[in-house]
Design a protein around this ligand. Structure first.
Ligand code: PFF
Length: 465
């Protein structure tokens, strides 16, 4: 008989803090540079439409399942899964979902921290005026120079990891909750200021056109799969972060009027998804006008935010100020995501009677150490490749394209097929039975099939074709 663990982490002080924390996890690097770019690339409005359908039919149902499992177990994902396995009398193998999630989150943290370190570096670079009126060559050289210096990368990676684990070490209320209460409102204010700036930059119509013109010919099967993958990554699904946060979600709250109210998982997930999507769209509307106002071409991925944007800001009135704000926005978004990556394993160790500080030091230290592999992938080890891929490429691919969808698929199957139906129904306590039945159909059939399709396509593309 395995040991019964007790919840020891405390709960969020209100439902809104849970919303902030989960939205904080969801809103990250994926929203700020990935979404706007792939939307433009795969046919603008056509892509946005498909993406919204994926969020609605796959993302939200899986998020509801993940929060539901977390709240039902009340523990870190690993112990939550073993408790669910015991309570539902199902094969112990299902505990593996918790381990898989915790491991994926941990591995994602190792390189998320390195990339987030770039954003911190650019807060400094922009703020110090080093890129003021810089030429395209100078801006490009600054980014290439950053990637070429292992020590500089290591320094910013170290700082970011210390910030992340500093928050996690302080626990749910004094660490995570306090951080998201500050980070999320600040992030929204900065985003709106940048949007205002973009509207007045002169390139707004072009930005709107780039993101929203319907072009179904550019979408294709590739675009549909990209929309699915993005819906998944951006909502932080499939790796235990949302399950861990769900465990700290209260079942009932007392309103200021003294009334006791049930905290609904369904509507909460909906709010989180809407917030995440809104941030992704506003980020696009804040970024592209700045790019077009300077007659620049939007480039892909890191190039867009670390080369094209600094160049654009460097040429504009008050550009340094707004450029610095922009990188502060990226850093805040990354930090509120990375703390949710560190929490599942730290919470697990705390349940095994570790102190939070020791657990955060161990997990943060190990993630930092493995992160050195990513740091070196851009310079010293850039030629040490496997099939043309660096250590970072392989790690990023494995986590984002294999471990994450696999985790999501297993969570959907567990909530939809394995767990005793009355238990999950009671946990979700949806007021309308019809809505519950729709969720159930989505999580049992639609979501698994959709994730499976993406998964098979990725594997085929990589190993079969
Ligand atoms: N949702 C984050 C983003 O869009 O950048 C990435 C992420 C964070 C994925 C945390 C998963 C996670 F658990």
């Amino acid at each position: 008989m395995s040991k019964e663990y007790q919840p020891v982490h405390g709960v969020w002080t209100s439902r809104w803090v849970f919303v902030l924390a989960a939205a904080g996890s969801a809103v990250g690097l994926g929203n700020i540079w990935k979404f706007p770019y792939i939307a433009g690339d795969y046919g603008g409005g056509a892509f946005v439409l498909v993406y919204l359908i994926c969020i609605a039919l796959v993302g939200i149902p899986i998020m509801i399942a993940e929060i539901g499992l977390g709240r039902h177990g009340g523990l870190s994902p690993i112990h939550t899964m073993s408790k669910l396995v015991r309570d539902n009398e199902v094969s112990r193998k299902w505990t593996g979902v918790g381990f898989l999630g915790a491991l994926s989150g941990f591995l994602l943290l190792t390189f998320y921290s390195v990339v987030a370190g770039w954003a911190l570096y650019y807060v400094w670079e922009m703020g110090s005026g080093a890129l003021d009126k810089a030429s395209p060559e100078e801006v490009k050289a600054a980014f290439d120079g950053l990637l070429a210096s292992p020590w500089v990368l290591l320094g910013w990676h170290t700082l970011f990891m210390v910030l992340t684990m500093g928050v996690v070490a302080h626990g749910v209320e004094k660490g995570l909750e306090r951080a998201v209460r500050f980070l999320m409102p600040s992030l929204l204010v900065i985003l709106l200021i940048l949007l205002g700036y973009a509207i007045n930059s002169g390139g707004f119509t072009q930005g709107l056109e780039f993101m929203f013109t319907f072009d179904f010919s550019a979408l294709g099967a590739e675009g549909i799969l990209a929309a699915m993958g993005q819906a998944f990554f951006t909502l932080s699904l499939g790796l235990g972060a949302i399950m861990a946060y769900g465990a700290y979600m209260p079942r009932q709250i007392t309103t200021p009027g003294g009334e006791t109210k049930h905290v609904s998982i369904g509507s909460t997930a909906l709010i989180i998804a809407v917030l995440d999507t809104a941030v992704a769209m506003i980020a696009g509307l804040a970024i592209f006008p700045v790019v077009f106002a300077n007659g620049l071409e939007p480039s892909q991925g890191p190039g867009l935010i670390f080369v094209t944007l600094p160049l654009a800001f460097g040429q504009m009135p008050l550009g340094l100020f707004f450029g610095t704000l922009f990188f502060l926005l990226v850093s805040f978004a990354a930090l509120s995501s990375s703390i949710s990556l560190g929490e599942p394993l730290v919470a697990w160790l705390v349940e095994n009677e570790w102190s939070r500080r020791a657990a955060a030091t161990l997990i943060g230290g190990t993630a930092w150490f493995i992160g050195i592999g990513t740091v070196l992938s851009f310079n010293v080890w850039s030629d040490a490749t496997l099939g043309g891929n660096t250590f970072f490429d392989i790690l990023e691919f494995t986590v984002s394209n294999i471990m994450l969808p696999l985790g999501g698929l297993l969570i959907a199957i567990f909530a939809g097929w394995i767990m005793k139906e009355p238990r999950i129904r009671k946990e979700l306590a949806m007021q309308k039975f019809g809505v519950y039945m729709v969720w159930r159909a989505l999580v049992r059939v639609v979501a698994p099939l959709a994730v499976l399709a993406v998964f098979v396509h990725t594997l085929w593309d990589t190993f079969g074709g």
